[in-house]
Ligand binder design. Sequence first.
Ligand SMILES: *Cc1c(COP(=O)(O)O)cnc(C)c1O
Length: 389
Amino acid sequence: MKVYMDHAATTPVDSRVVEAMEPYFSDKYGNPSSLYTAGLEAREAVEDARGRVARLLNGAPEGIIFTSGGTESNNLALKGVAFANRKKGRHIITTKIEHHAVLEPCEWLAKQGFEITYLPVDEHGLVKPESLEEALRDDTILVSIMHANNEIGTIEPIEELAGIVKDHGAYFHTDAVQTYGKIPVDVQKMNVDLLSLSSHKIYGPKGVGALYVRRGVRMDPLLHGGGHEFRKRSGTENVPGIVGLGKAAEIAEKEMDRDAKKLTRLRDRLIKGALAIENSRLNGHPEKRLPNNANFVFLFVEGESLILELDFYGIAANTGSACSSKTLEPSHVLSAIGLKPEETHGSLRLTLGRQNTKEEVDYVLEVLPKVVGRLRQISPFKTDFVMEE
Ligand SMILES: *Cc1c(COP(=O)(O)O)cnc(C)c1O
């Protein structure tokens, strides 16, 4: 059996999305900036997609800037706002559990003379509103807090956090790559000024995403050129990719609620079954979590070995985050929620998707105890410590 349970890393492209994209590679190849029919056709397709992407977050279509993905959207939000507002202040607030596509731009900005505060999180990965209130200063220009964490699935109280910042005058950005298209995302209700999303996490193609920017936000572009995307992101538009993202958003709008219900059921079945394995623990918030995310620690087990063993059984899973699993450093997210290095090593992330079935969950639950048991027999960690309750 082949089971893909790494949908937080990427998703298969929906066949309806592939079909929608197809004509824009071959027949309808016009440049959206050209004035003849082929160009106008491409322009229409891009604007149609913009409308669909905007509708799924309840924002104005003029606020959608198409980018090359979540990483670029986060870079544009952080660097673009930082440089456009540097006369007003140089202080930025973010959290310790952001994706590297937020943390790395922040580190780079620190080298350019900006000052970054990294908010802590509680044991479930939640940012405490009081800690944000305390961190805000007169020279704070931007706050960036992710909507849901890609590793542990915890959903942050963005509405409340952004509400605090609203009265203060700083801009609020959220990395919604793990939530857009999966759970309701509403920029009005959430009170956010900027929001990042990515196509390949919602059954769209890789290499395309968007940044929502509320009207009136001062933001410099990263890419200067022909003035595309409201002068905020120059470069000929990735028309097939944008069409694909638009289609993925359209499908998500119709199917999100039904998918979320199904995924929640499968997730809870998975969690219940996995926690029956002794010396195991769930990471992240027990309720405020993504419908498709399950993240565990299996003590005395080494995560990388677990992934390889599961792969042998045809199961694609992840330990920590895909971006950092090449380095053997413990996950910064698991460290931030208080796990010891020995514990972070035994982490397993299973993220479900549209195509997963109950039978697949049961297959994983059949394989997992066997594999964990075998790895523990040969574990060098076993005698080092015992689990604290
Ligand atoms: C995947 C991901 C990103 C990066 O998006 P890309 O489109 O792959 O660049 C950013 N933030 C979060 C939370 C993610 O899960």
